[in-house]
Design a protein around this ligand. Structure first.
Ligand code: NFS
Ligand code: SF4
Length: 652
C-alpha cells in the first residue's frame, strides 16, 4: 500500500517542508516507503467542500444535512448561519476544554503538593506562588508556602466549578476590558460550566441565533485564555519555575548518533519535567553506558518541548509536522506521548524502525503504543523506569537505518513576562517602562504575536519565517509561542544576533542594549496567555492607552490547524487584538457568520479576524494596523527623543 501511494503520488519534499533537516528525512521516508501525513494528505485531496465551508451538520441523526443553494435548510429547518455558527462554537469548546483540562490537571497536582501528598514534585518557585496568590487577594505574609499554595489551588479549582460567579481570573485584565466583557455579556462563569453550556446550546434544537451562538464562542474562549490556559501557565511557573532566558537548540539534528535518544511529545509538563530531572541521574548515565551508549539525549516535540525548553533548555527535535520524521531518522529509542497533537500514525511509522511509542496518559492511548502507567506519587522513580526501558531498546537500533540530519540551530528561549521585565529594567528597576518608551518614541513600532501550528496545507514554516523577518525588519517586536516559535528556532532566528543582522534600526538598538532577540520565545500554546499578560503590563505601565484593545499589537496564526488555535484566536479578539489567519476558518458557507467574525466582532471588542494567505501581504496589513493604532494613540508625531522623568511618569 505504502509502495503504491509513493509510486502514484510522488512526494515533493521541498513543497511540504522548508527546513533542510525535514526535507532530508522526507526523502528517506520515500526511499524506505514509509507513509507520512504528507502522503496521506495526497490521498485525502479534494477535501469535502461542505466541511470546509462549515455547512455540513450532523448534530442530529435525521442528518447529516448539507446546505446548498437548492437545499438552503436542513431537515429541522436550520440554515447555513445556524449550522456554521454551531460548528464554530464546538471548535472553540473543544479547544477550550483541551487547554483547561491540562490546567485542571496541574491545579490538582498543586493541591496535592500543598497537602504534602507528593514527594517528588515541589513548589520550585516560591516568588511565583506569592505573586499569583496576590492576584487573588490571598494573604501571603507570615504564611508558609504550603498554606498559600493550598488556598491558591482551591481558588484555581473553583474557577472550573463556579456556577454563578464570573471567573476571578478575568480581573487580571485592564479594567476597561473587564467592562467591555460585562457590557457585551461575554464574561464567562466557571470553565466547566461554559464548556457544558456551549455543548447544550449546540445540541439539536436549542440555540439557533447565529449571533447568540458566536457570542457564546467568544465567552467560552475567554474561559480558556483568561481561565484554564492562564491557570495552566501559572501553576507550571509555581511547580516548575518561571522561565528565564536560556540557551538551547532546535531541529532534528539535536538527536545524537551515539546516545540513547528519547523524545517527549504532547503538552502536559508533569511527566516531561520528571524525565528532564532524572535523565542525568548517575544511575541512568551508568545504565546507558553499560548498554554501549554515551549517554541519553532527551529532546522534545510540540508544546511539551516548549515547556521543558523554557525551563531547562532541553533541545527541540521539531514541531508538529516533524513528529513522524523524528522516528524516520531511525535514531529514536522511545517517543513518549501525552495529550494533544499526537498523530495516531506514530506506531505505524515506528513499525519500520525500532522506536517504541509509549502512551503515558490514561486519557490518551493509541493502538500500537505501549501504555505506561506513570505513577505521579512516585514520579522520579517512575520516570527513571521509563528511561531504563528506552535504554534497553538501544540494542535494537539498526545502524543501517540511521540517518540523523546534521541541521540544528542555536536559540534563546525562556521569555516569561517576569523575565522580560527584568531584562528591560534590571534586577533593581525591573519594569516594562523601557519597552513602553521605545514604542512611544517609535523605535519599536508595535508588537506582533506569531503563534500556532503547522498545517500540511502550506509548506511548513514558510509563512511564519517570511512574516517574522518582514516584521522585525520594520521594527516590530515579535512574540512567539507554540510550534510557530519552533519554526523560528529552527531557522536560527531566536538569537540576539538576529537583531544585529535583520532587525530595523530602532528595534536593533533596543535589542542590542538589552541583549535580547527580536523574536521572543514565550513558551507553549497555553503560554499565549503570557502575550496577553505582557499586553496588560504595557497598559499598566502607562502612556499607551488604558486597554489592550487599541495597543499597537496584532496576533497572527500563520499555519494553524487545531481547535485550540480557534479558541486562542477568539480570546485574542475578545481581548481587543486583531488576529490574522494564514488559513481560513470553516465558515465561508455563511456570509452572516463571516461578517460577524470579521466585522461585528470589532464593534464589540475592538478586534476581529482577517484571513490573509500570503505572508508579505499579512506583514503589510500588520504594519498598517499598527500604524493606525499609533495614530489613534497620538504617538506618531515626530517628537524629540526624551526620557521620562519622575514627574512625567506620575502625570501618565
Ligand atoms: Ni498549539 Fe501545542 Fe503545535 Fe498547534 Fe499543537 S503542539 S498547543 S496546537 S500543533 S501549536
Ligand atoms: Fe440536519 Fe437539523 Fe439534524 Fe443538523 S440538527 S443534522 S440540520 S436535522
Amino acid at each position: 500500500m505504502a509502495n503504491e501511494i509513493n509510486k502514484t503520488v510522488p512526494i515533493k519534499p521541498e513543497s511540504r517542508m522548508s527546513d533542510p533537516a525535514s526535507i532530508e528525512v522526507l526523502k528517506k521516508a520515500e526511499r524506505e516507503c514509509v507513509e507520512t501525513c504528507f502522503s496521506r494528505y495526497d490521498t485525502q485531496k479534494n477535501q469535502c467542500k461542505f466541511g470546509t465551508s462549515g455547512v455540513c451538520c450532523k448534530i442530529c441523526h435525521m442528518g447529516p444535512c448539507r446546505i446548498t443553494p437548492k437545499s438552503p435548510l436542513g431537515i429541522c429547518g436550520a440554515n447555513a448561519d445556524t449550522i456554521a455558527a454551531r460548528n464554530y462554537l464546538r471548535e472553540v469548546v473543544s479547544g477550550t476544554a483541551a487547554h483547561s483540562d491540562h490546567g485542571r490537571h496541574l491545579a490538582l497536582l498543586l493541591k496535592k503538593v500543598a497537602e504534602g501528598k507528593e514527594k517528588d514534585y515541589k513548589i520550585k518557585d516560591d516568588a511565583a506562588l506569592r505573586r499569583y496568590a496576590k492576584y487573588y487577594d490571598i494573604k501571603t505574609e507570615n504564611r508558609g508556602s504550603d498554606q498559600v499554595a493550598l488556598e491558591l489551588a482551591d481558588c484555581f479549582i473553583r474557577e472550573f466549578s463556579s456556577q454563578e460567579e464570573p471567573l476571578r481570573t478575568l480581573q487580571l485584565a485592564p479594567e476597561k476590558r473587564q467592562k467591555i466583557w460585562k457590557n457585551t455579556k461575554v464574561e464567562p462563569l466557571g470553565i466547566d460550566r461554559m464548556v457544558v453550556e456551549s455543548m447544550h446550546r449546540t445540541h439539536m434544537g436549542v440555540d439557533h441565533d447565529y449571533k447568540n451562538i458566536l457570542r457564546q464562542a467568544f465567552r467560552t474562549s475567554l474561559a480558556d485564555g483568561w481561565g484554564g490556559a492562564r491557570i495552566a501557565s501559572m501553576v507550571s511557573d509555581i511547580l516548575f519555575e518561571t522561565p528565564s532566558p536560556i540557551r538551547s537548540s532546535a531541529n532534528l539534528g539535536v538527536l545524537q548518533a551515539d546516545t540513547v535518544n528519547i523524545i517527549v511529545h504532547g503538552h502536559e509538563p508533569s511527566l516531561s519535567e520528571m524525565l528532564a530531572a532524572s535523565v542525568n541521574d548517575p544511575e541512568i548515565v551508568a545504565y546507558a553506558k553499560k548498554a554501549g551508549a554515551k549517554g541519553v539525549t532527551l529532546a522534545g516535540l510540540c508544546c511539551t518541548a516548549n515547556e521543558i525548553l523554557m525551563r531547562r533548555g532541553i533541545p527541540v527535535a521539531g514541531n508538529f509536522l516533524q513528529q513522524e520524521l523524528a522516528i524516520i531518522t531511525g535514531a529514536v529509542e522511545m517517543m513518549i506521548v501525552d495529550v494533544q497533537c499526537v498523530m495516531p500514525s506514530l506506531p505505524e511509522v515506528a513499525k519500520h524502525y525500532h522506536t517504541e511509542i509509549v502512551a503515558a496518559t490514561d486519557i490518551a492511548r493509541t493502538i500500537g503504543a505501549t501504555y505506561f502507567d506513570f505513577d505521579e506519587d512516585n514520579a522520579y522513580e517512575s520516570a527513571k523506569n521509563l528511561i531504563r526501558k528506552a535504554i534497553d531498546n538501544y540494542s535494537r537500533r539498526d545502524p543501517a537505518k540511521v540517518a540523523i540530519p546534521r541541521y540544528k540551530n542555536p536559540l534563546v528561549a525562556g521569555f516569561s513576562v517576569e523575565a522580560i521585565r527584568y531584562m528591560l529594567g534590571g534586577t533593581f528597576r525591573a519594569s516594562f517602562r523601557p519597552l513602553n518608551d521605545a514604542i512611544i518614541q517609535g523605535r519599536i513600532r508595535g508588537v506582533a504575536g506569531i503563534v500556532g501550528c503547522n498545517n500540511v496545507k502550506s509548506t511548513s514554516d514558510v509563512y511564519t519565517n517570511v512574516l517574522a523577518a518582514e516584521l522585525i525588519k520594520n521594527n516590530i517586536l515579535v512574540l512567539q509561542t507554540g510550534c510557530s516559535a519552533q519554526c523560528s528556532g529552527k531557522a536560527g532566528c531566536l538569537t540576539p544576533e538576529t537583531a544585529l543582522e535583520f532587525a530595523g534600526k530602532g528595534l536593533r538598538e533596543v535589542c542590542e542594549t538589552v541583549g535580547m532577540p527580536p523574536m521572543l520565545h514565550m513558551g507553549s500554546c497555553v503560554d499565549n496567555v503570557r502575550i496577553l499578560e505582557a499586553a496588560s503590563e504595557i497598559v499598566k505601565e502607562g502612556g499607551l492607552g488604558d486597554d489592550i484593545g487599541g495597543l499597537p499589537a496584532v496576533g497572527i496564526a500563520p499555519e494553524w490547524m487545531s481547535e485550540k488555535a480557534v479558541a486562542i484566536g477568539c480570546y485574542f479578539v475578545a481581548s481587543g487584538i486583531d488576529v490574522v489567519l494564514g488559513l481560513p476558518f470553516y465558515i465561508s458557507g455563511s456570509e452572516n457568520v463571516t461578517n460577524y467574525l470579521e466585522q461585528e466582532a470589532r464593534e464589540m471588542f475592538g478586534g476581529a479576524f482577517i484571513t490573509i494567505e500570503d505572508p508579505i501581504e499579512a506583514a503589510k496589513w500588520v504594519m498598517k494596523t499598527i500604524e493606525d493604532a499609533r495614530d489613534k494613540l497620538g504617538i506618531n508625531k515626530k517628537t524629540e527623543r526624551k526620557l521620562l522623568d519622575m514627574k512625567d511618569r506620575r502625570a501618565i
